[in-house]
Ligand binder design. Structure first.
Ligand SMILES: Cc1cc2nc3c(=O)[nH]c(=O)nc-3n(C[C@H](O)[C@H](O)[C@H](O)COP(=O)(O)O)c2cc1C
Length: 731
C-alpha cells in the first residue's frame, strides 16, 4: 500500500512538473557550462588565499590615485573601480599582491543573458519566478519520494547503495543514476526553492543598519594601514566588498562587507566603529546562490551540469517505466458472472499480465468463457469452475499493488460452488523471499472450503517462458484444454527489428525445393557470414533463424521450402522489392577462423554461409569445400560457376559435390572418406573443420572424421573439438 502511495506521488509530481523541469534542466546545464567557462581566463592571484586586506590596500593605494571600491567575486577575482595616476577611470581585475591590471570584466553574452532569464522566470517576470520556485519545490518532493521508493525497493536505508536487480534498461538506470545524483538534485531543488522564497520576501528584511557614528572632534593622525589590526586579521578571500573612504575626511570610512558581517572602519586609526551581523536568512540566501549556480567551485559546477542532464534522463526513463507498466491492457469479451475460467493477476510492472493474457486469449479462441481481472477485483464468480491466480511478489514477500486487498476479499466473498484453483507464482531468486506472496495465496485458497487445488503451486523464476510452459502442460492436461507449449509464444516480444528489403531471388528448384534470397540490410547493420537472420513470420514471438552469407555487403540466404513451414513459406512469399522486419543475431561460434586451413562441410542449404565466407576470404586462402545435394539442379550449376570463379580468384583451393540421387550416387561422408589423409593432416596442423546443414549429416560426418582422426592421428574428434577446431551450425 505504502509502495503505491509513494509511487503515485512520485509519478503525479513528475507529470505536473516535467515540461518545466525539461526547460529548467536544459537551461541549467547551459548555465553550468557558463559557470565553468567563466573561470577559464583566470584573474585569480596565485596566492590569493594567503593575502590579507592589510597587504593589498596599501599596494593598491600606491598604484591608483583613487579607489572607490574593491569587489571580490565568487571566483576569487579582485575587481577595482577608481582612477589611475593619469586620472583615467579604471574598472578592471587587478592582482591584489602587485596592483597590476590583469584584465577587463566581460559582459555576459546575449545568449547567456537570455538563458538566465528563461531559467529564472521564463520571461514571465514575477509569475514566472513563482512557477520556477514551485517547480523547484516539486523537484524536491520528487527527489524525496524517489528516495523513499529506493529505500523500500532495497528494503532498508542501510542497503540504499547495495546491488540493484536489473529488470530492464530504463528501470535499472533510473535507480542507479538516481542514487548517484540524489544529493546534487536535492541541493538544486532545495536552494532553488529557498531563492524563490527569499525573492518573494517570505523572510524578514535583512538590511545592515549601523548605529550613528560620532566623528572625532580633533584632527586625526593617519596610522599605517599595514598596521590596522582588523585588516591584518582579515583574508581577502573572506571579503565580498570594500568601499573606500571618498576623501581624507574623518566622516568618511572604510565599509568592509564579509560573508556574514558588515564593518565600518576608521580610515585613520583602523578602529572598528560599527559592526553589524547579517541575519541568517541573508547568509543562507548567498549560500543557496553559490550552491545553486556552482559559481564558487568549478567541480561543483560540473556536478550541477551533470545533474541537470540527468534530470532529463530521469524524465525519459520514468515515463518509459510508466508506459511499460501500462502496456498490457485487459480485454474481456465475457461478463464476470458468466465466466467459467477466472484468471486473476497480481502484477506491479505488467509482465505477469502478459503471461495471463496469453492463456486468456487462447481460452477465448477455443470458445471457452474466460474472464481476466486484477486480484483486487476478486468477488463471487457464480459460474466459475477454474480459478487461475498469476501473481508476482514484491518487498518482503508482499503482494504487488493491484493485489493488496485480496486477503480480505477472499474472506468476504466465499464462492458458492466448488472451484478448481491453480496458483502460478512469478518471482526472482535474486530476492530472498522467492514467490512468497504466491505461496501465501496458494495456502489461503487451499484453506477455503469451496476451493480444490487442481495442481500444486508452480513458481517461475525471472519470467522464464520455459518454466511457464511446464505449468501450461500440466494444467492443460488436467483440464483437457489444448494450450500452446512453445516457450517462444510466452516470451517477450523481440526488440531491435530492422526493415530489410529483398533485392533478388531465385525460383524454387524442383528437385531440391530450395531458393536463394538476396536481402539488403540497413546501412549500420554489422554482420558476417555465419551469423543468423531472425525473422518473425507470424508477427508474434515465434522466431525463425537462417544462417547467412555476406555477399557484396548484402545478406544471402539459401532456403529450403517446407510445405507447411512457417518461416520458409513466409520468405517464399516475398517478391523483389518487398520489405520485412527482422534482426541479425551474431553467431560468434560459427565465424570463419582467420588465416587457418579450412574444410567447409555442408549439405543442402547449409552451403549458404560458406559461399559468403569464401567471398570474404583473403587471397590464397587454404579453403576446401565439400557439399552434399540430392540432384544437380540449375541452382547447383550456378553454385559451381560461382565456385570456379572463386578458385580463379585464389579464394578457394578445391570444392567437391556429392549427389545422392544421381547416377553413381554418393554422400558428403564419401567425399570425406576419400580425403581422409588430407583432413587428418589439416586437423593435425591446427586447421579447422566447419559443418553446416542437417543434424543427421552432422552426426554422420562427425562419426567419419572421428574414425579418421583415431586411425591416422591417434586422437579422437573430441580432442580437436576441445581445441576449437570443429565449428558447427546445424539444425
Ligand atoms: C523491487 C522489487 C522487489 C521484488 N521482490 C521480490 C521478492 O521478494 N520475491 C520474489 O520472488 N521476487 C521479487 N521480485 C521480482 C518480481 O516478482 C518478478 O520480477 C516478477 O516477474 C515481476 O512481475 P510483474 O512485472 O508482473 O510485477 C521483486 C522485484 C522488484 C523490482
Amino acid at each position: 500500500m505504502t509502495l503505491s502511495i509513494w509511487r503515485y506521488a512520485h509519478l503525479a509530481l513528475a507529470l505536473i512538473s516535467s515540461l518545466f523541469l525539461v526547460m529548467a534542466s536544459v537551461t541549467g546545464a547551459i548555465l553550468a557550462i557558463d559557470a565553468i567557462q567563466e573561470k577559464m581566463p583566470s584573474y585569480r592571484a596565485a596566492n590569493f588565499n594567503e593575502i590579507t586586506v592589510a597587504q593589498t590596500v596599501p599596494v593598491l593605494k600606491k598604484n591608483f590615485s583613487e579607489i572607490s571600491e574593491l569587489d571580490i567575486d565568487h571566483n576569487g577575482f579582485v575587481r577595482l573601480k577608481g582612477f589611475d595616476e593619469e586620472g583615467n577611470e579604471v574598472d578592471a581585475y587587478v592582482d591584489p599582491a602587485t596592483g597590476k591590471i590583469l584584465g577587463k570584466p566581460i559582459d555576459k553574452s546575449a545568449f547567456v543573458e537570455w538563458t538566465t532569464a528563461l531559467h529564472r522566470s521564463m520571461f514571465l517576470k514575477e509569475t514566472g519566478r513563482l512557477i520556477v520556485g514551485i517547480v523547484s519545490f516539486l523537484l524536491l518532493l520528487i527527489a524525496i519520494s524517489g528516495m523513499a521508493l529506493i529505500i523500500q525497493r532495497q528494503r532498508s536505508l542501510a542497503k540504499f547503495f547495495t546491488k540493484v536487480v536489473k529488470e530492464y534498461f530504463a528501470q535499472y538506470y533510473h535507480i542507479i543514476t538516481g542514487r548517484l545524483i540524489l544529493i546534487p538534485v536535492l541541493v538544486i531543488a532545495l536552494t532553488g526553492t529557498y531563492l524563490c522564497m527569499a525573492r518573494f520576501q517570505l523572510f524578514p528584511e535583512h538590511k545592515a543598519e549601523h548605529k550613528e557614528i560620532v566623528a572625532p572632534t580633533q584632527d586625526p593622525i593617519q596610522q599605517k594601514i599595514e598596521e590596522f589590526e582588523l585588516f591584518k586579521n582579515t583574508k581577502l578571500a573572506d571579503v565580498k566588498k570594500i568601499e573606500f573612504p571618498f576623501a581624507e575626511d574623518p566622516e568618511e570610512y572604510y565599509n568592509l562587507k564579509l560573508s556574514d558581517t558588515e564593518l565600518i572602519v576608521d580610515q585613520f586609526s583602523g578602529n572598528v566603529l560599527s559592526e553589524v551581523k547579517y541575519p541568517t536568512t541573508l547568509v543562507l540566501e548567498n549560500l543557496s546562490l553559490d550552491l545553486h549556480t556552482g559559481r564558487t567551485n568549478i567541480i561543483w559546477a560540473v556536478i550541477l551540469g551533470i545533474a541537470c542532464l540527468n534530470i532529463l534522463f530521469f524524465i525519459y526513463s520514468g515515463f518509459a517505466i510508466t508506459l511499460k507498466r501500462r502496456a498490457t491492457k485487459i480485454k474481456n469479451k465475457h461478463k464476470t458472472n458468466d465466466a467459467e475460467f477466472i484468471l486473476l493477476v497480481g502484477t506491479e510492472n505488467g509482465s505477469t499480465l502478459r503471461f495471463a493474457n496469453a492463456i486468456h486469449e487462447q481460452l477465448i479462441a477455443q470458445g471457452k468463457v474466460s474472464y481476466l481481472a486484477q486480484l483486487n477485483q476478486y468477488q463471487v464468480f457464480p459460474k466459475a469452475k477454474h480459478l487461475l491466480v498469476f501473481t508476482s511478489t514484491y518487498g518482503l514477500g508482499d503482494p504487488p499493488s493491484n493485489a493488496n486487498k485480496v486477503w480480505q476479499l477472499i474472506d468476504k466473498f466465499p464462492q458458492k460452488e466448488e472451484v478448481n484453483f491453480s496458483v502460478i507464482g512469478f518471482g526472482s531468486h535474486s530476492y530472498p523471499d522467492f514467490c512468497e506472496f504466491a505461496k501465501q495465496i496458494d495456502q489461503k485458497l487451499a484453506e477455503q472450503a469451496w476451493a480444490k487445488q487442481l495442481i500444486k503451486l508452480h513458481t517461475i523464476d525471472d519470467k522464464s517462458a520455459i518454466q511457464f510452459v511446464q505449468w501450461v502442460k500440466t494444467w492443460s492436461e488436467k483440464v483437457a484444454v489444448e494450450l500452446a507449449t512453445t516457450p517462444a509464444l510466452y516470451a517477450k516480444k523481440p526488440k531491435g527489428l530492422h526493415k530489410m528489403m529483398v533485392l533478388d531471388r531465385t525460383e524454387v528448384s524442383e528437385a531440391e525445393q530450395t531458393f536463394t534470397l538476396t536481402i539488403r540490410t540497413p546501412t549500420r547493420t554489422k554482420f558476417t557470414s555465419g551469423d543468423l537472420l531472425a525473422i518473425y513470420p507470424a508477427d508474434d514471438n515465434r522466431e525463425r533463424l537462417y544462417s547467412v552469407a555476406k555477399c557484396q555487403g548484402n545478406v544471402q540466404l539459401v532456403v529450403k521450402l517446407h510445405p507447411s513451414g512457417l518461416g520458409s513459406s513466409y520468405l517464399n512469399d516475398l517478391k523483389v522489392g518487398d520489405t520485412f522486419r527482422a534482426r541479425m543475431v551474431t553467431n560468434e561460434s560459427f565465424h570463419q577462423p582467420k588465416n587457418k586451413p579450412l574444410a567447409m562441410i555442408a549439405n543442402g542449404t547449409g552451403i549458404a554461409p560458406f559461399l559468403g565466407m569464401i567471398t570474404q576470404s583473403n587471397k590464397n586462402a587454404d579453403n576446401h569445400l565439400y557439399v552434399g545435394f540430392r540432384k544437380e539442379t540449375d541452382i547447383i550449376k550456378q553454385h559451381k560457376a560461382f565456385l570456379d570463379q572463386q578458385i580463379q580468384n585464389h579464394k578457394l583451393k578445391t570444392y567437391q559435390f556429392a549427389f545422392s540421387r544421381e547416377q553413381n550416387h554418393c554422400y558428403v561422408m564419401d567425399l570425406i572418406r576419400n580425403d581422409a589423409s588430407y583432413l587428418a593432416l589439416l586437423l593435425n596442423n591446427g586447421g579447422v573443420v566447419m559443418i553446416c546443414g542437417s543434424l543427421q549429416m552432422q552426426q554422420d560426418v562427425e562419426k567419419v572424421i572421428d574414425e579418421i582422426c583415431m586411425k591416422i592421428n591417434g586422437n579422437d574428434l573430441a580432442y580437436y573439438k576441445k581445441n576449437g577446431q570443429l565449428l558447427t551450425d546445424c539444425y
